[in-house]
Design a protein around this ligand. Structure first.
Ligand SMILES: Cc1cc2nc3c(=O)[nH]c(=O)nc-3n(C[C@H](O)[C@H](O)[C@H](O)COP(=O)(O)O)c2cc1C
Length: 165
């Protein structure tokens, strides 16, 4: 069995989760940024990771999944600035399930990731109280993902791999 861990990460949070998953996976495996992957042909199991950006999973990630997922075992991981349990997370996870629908969707891991300072500053300067609210919510994500979340990501990797063995 061969596994691919692939991800998009702008500031390194999702990459940390990708590396934890990759470390935990047994057997033949590769870890690559999405931009360096042309298709899923060589792999039996694929983990795809992304940050949430502008209340969505970035198009380059969802297009990539839609174009390559048919018939494949796929799991997803994402990081976001809002605290875990925040209502909108369900819709982000739901959209991933939709994009993975033509494959064998195995599950999603999600956790908070520290918001980049320039984005925080921009939100705080906004006249929109909702945007300020997001900035304030993101403060609980300082230093995330931490060791506890890295460990949870490892457990997720193990559980997903067990589903396809
Ligand atoms: C341009 C931009 C837009 C973002 N939009 C959202 C968002 O809509 N919701 C959210 O929870 N986090 C948002 N974030 C925060 C990131 O999802 C979070 O910090 C994530 O951990 C970054 O992952 P990365 O380091 O792998 O790029 C945004 C970050 C950036 C830079």
């Amino acid at each position: 069995m061969k596994t691919l861990v692939t991800y998009f990460s702008q500031t390194g949070n999702t990459k940390k989760i990708a590396e934890a998953i990759y470390d935990e996976i047994t057997g033949e495996k590769d870890i690559k940024e999405i931009k360096d992957v042309s298709n899923f042909e060589d792999y039996d199991l694929i983990f795809v990771g992304s940050p949430v950006m502008e209340f969505n999973i970035p198009k380059k990630v969802t297009n990539f999944i839609s174009n390559n997922v048919a018939g494949k075992n796929i799991a997803f991981f994402m990081t976001h600035a809002v605290p875990e349990g925040f209502e909108a997370i369900k819709s982000w996870t739901g959209s991933i399930e939709d994009f993975a629908a033509s494959g064998n969707y195995l599950g999603t891991f999600e956790c908070q990731g520290e918001l980049a300072q320039p984005v925080y500053d921009m939100l705080m300067k906004s006249d929109d109280p909702e945007m300020k609210g997001f900035a304030e919510m993101s403060l609980s994500g300082k230093g995330q993902p931490d060791e506890i979340h890295i460990q949870k990501a490892r457990e997720f990797a193990k559980e997903i791999q067990a589903k396809v063995q």
